[in-house]
Design a protein around this ligand. Sequence first.
Ligand code: BYC
Length: 331
Amino acid sequence: MASQNLQSVPAELSPEEQEREAAGQAYFDRIISEDSRIEPRDWMPAAYRKTLLRQISQHAHSEIIGMQPEANWITRAPSLKRKSILMAKVQDEAGHGLYLYSAAETLGQSRDQMMEDLIAGKARYSSIFNYPTISWADMGAIGWLVDGAAICNQVPLCRASYGPYGRAMVRICKEESFHQRQGFEILLELSNGTAAQKQMAQDAVNRWYAPSLMMFGPPDDDSPNSKQSMAWNIKRFSNDELRSRFVGMMVEQVRVLGLTLPDKDIRFNEETKKWEHGPLDWNEFKEVLAGRGPCNSQRVERRREAHENGAWVREAAVAYARKQAQKENAA
Ligand code: BYC
């Protein structure tokens, strides 16, 4: 579907520039209508570039900030096996952030700028990472619910119309499914353990359930970006559609865990063929997005510290690259 018509070409351009813009727009519209891919050097509307940068940079920041709640438990993992699994998972999240920052850079934004915005508290990242991790069972709940929600949201993004984003998503989704299984397995083991362990698992599920449903974004009626992002084949499904699918998946899996979801209103609507859930506290969501969630300031502060402590690594890498370039020039 054409998103911007030819009338949107600014009139102050020279006739040649106008012609180039019109040809670019026609190419873009064809690619989108054929459900094909836009690549970094292709012409694209400024608003398409802007929305991709908005979503991809937020997504990258989510991966990087998302390392903190779990990294918090690496030293307290209950066994060497659990510690090494958790370390590998947290490292995977760092890798996801790097693929996504690279994808965002292809749109013309520098990584330094994105990082500056993040540590200045100006950039968004997923609301979910502003909640605290207070027990080992939270590692299970994050893997099962948070990575589960991430997969549900990200599998359709593998078909996003912007090539570098869609391709990054393919690898990320593969790793996320492993993450989800490890979370499920932590909860299963706790659920089959002592009564206190089972209670710990249930408590973690109770706390992470609603925030994980909010990961999908505001309800469709309150989602200003969805319509255009779907017209551009960036998003394939609406926030509510994906949330409903996720609830349907979790309802089945929670039975295998021997636990319950803290929502008595979950039901399958035979008419709409969709899963429905109880009301969510959208005021809480807005508070978290406004920077007033339980851990917002701590998360940004930790990131700022890590960035500053890592300055010597960046300086060393730049010095090394400069030396290598000098050697190559001299050869
Ligand atoms: N949190 O019009 P809407 C992971 C914002 S990390 C914060 O529906 P859109 C993991 C939204 O940005 C993977 N903000 O927007 C890592 C917009 O604000 P702006 C995380 C949210 O873009 C470590 C406004 O609300 N996944 O898995 O059409 C350990 C209106 O929303 C949220 C991603 O990042 C939220 N939950 O749709 C473990 C997915 N929801 O930008 C696991 C990529 C909405 O206008 N992103 N907002 O200021 C997306 O798929 C879409 O951007 C969203 C929102 C579905 C989130």
